[in-house]
Design a protein around this ligand. Sequence first.
Ligand SMILES: Cc1cc2nc3c(=O)[nH]c(=O)nc-3n(C[C@H](O)[C@H](O)[C@H](O)COP(=O)(O)OP(=O)(O)OC[C@H]3O[C@@H](n4cnc5c(N)ncnc54)[C@H](O)[C@@H]3O)c2cc1C
Ligand code: SF4
Length: 331
Amino acid sequence: MNPFAYTRATNQQAAIQAIMQQNAKFIAGGTNLLDLMKENVEQPARLVDINRLELTQIAERDGGLRLGALAKNGDTANHRLVRERYPLVTQAILAGASAQLRNAATNGGNLMQRTRCYYFYDTAMPCNKRAPGSGCGALEGFSRIHAIFGTSPLCIATHPSDMCVALAALDAVVQVEGPRGARSIPFAEFHRLPGETPELDTNLQRDELITAIDLPATANAFADHSYYLKVRDRASYAFALVSVAAALDIRNGIIEEARVAMGGVAHKPWRATKTESALKGQRAEERIFRIAADAEMQSALGTDHNRFKIELGRRAIVRALTIATDSGSTT
Ligand SMILES: Cc1cc2nc3c(=O)[nH]c(=O)nc-3n(C[C@H](O)[C@H](O)[C@H](O)COP(=O)(O)OP(=O)(O)OC[C@H]3O[C@@H](n4cnc5c(N)ncnc54)[C@H](O)[C@@H]3O)c2cc1C
Ligand code: SF4
């Protein structure tokens, strides 16, 4: 690990001032950043510790909920109002990592965690995300865990978060603060596809601090019929091969509105908009779920190693929708 300077910020302005120094990085729970530093993937010259900032609250706001960026993943999942109104978020967080990690990891850090592509972590291998222009180890190597939607010739990595898949489905909004003031970023615009710039994971500017994540009041409508399904190699401590966040607003057996997002399939949480359109106004039944799953998955493109994700994704969508329909709120 390289030597680095350390600053503990006691308020937001001080944190933003400190991050403007060259090659500085925020550190929250440290559960991802410290691993990346130990592997020499990230080499910040300065860490700006934001754990003293007053951003840990989870509170009602405009009929929805505001989740502080420094609230722990565990506290967020177990918060009474999150469990009651946004059980999809609770389920997604609890599907990830371990209890110990969730007690250290923060909501802001969860959004900013980096891909688990093996070649990104291995500094002996080429990787356009870690070292732009060096090539992509996965494209010529083993790509079992990689993306099937929205890839580019430069990068086929996936975003690893579970929580973000639920936030994408529920149209959360990310609140950020920087030297140019505060702004709100709709969740769909927060993470990026790799395109020509796979080194950029998000549209957050380098000097901006995530302060909160807002869950909108309108997403309350899905509380009774939502489910997060995570398919992985082991039952715990494993990232998703494919995951599905399914949220339905069902009235008299008819789907008024559907939200479906997928994890483990793209560089960002993937909104299955074709599935959503195929569900709207239809009966909540398996035959329709199959048609809706096909609508999205027919545009997926796999490699020799990860083509299995296409059928897996299809089945996972059908299963998540079926469980969401049958369940009332499950948490
Ligand atoms: C063994 C293991 C298993 C895991 N399994 C899963 C899993 O199954 N599913 C899953 O979703 N996750 C999993 N994780 C990842 C875990 O959820 C993340 O490491 C965690 O959420 C990151 O939060 P943190 O506060 O520790 O971030 P840090 O490590 O402190 O920071 C991560 C990044 O976020 C930036 N950052 C942090 N806070 C802010 C902020 N407020 N504003 C701007 N930038 C910020 C940092 O600069 C850094 O770049 C796993 C992690 C480990 C180690
Ligand atoms: S898939 Fe992306 S992260 Fe993985 S090696 Fe290729 S460029 Fe790097």
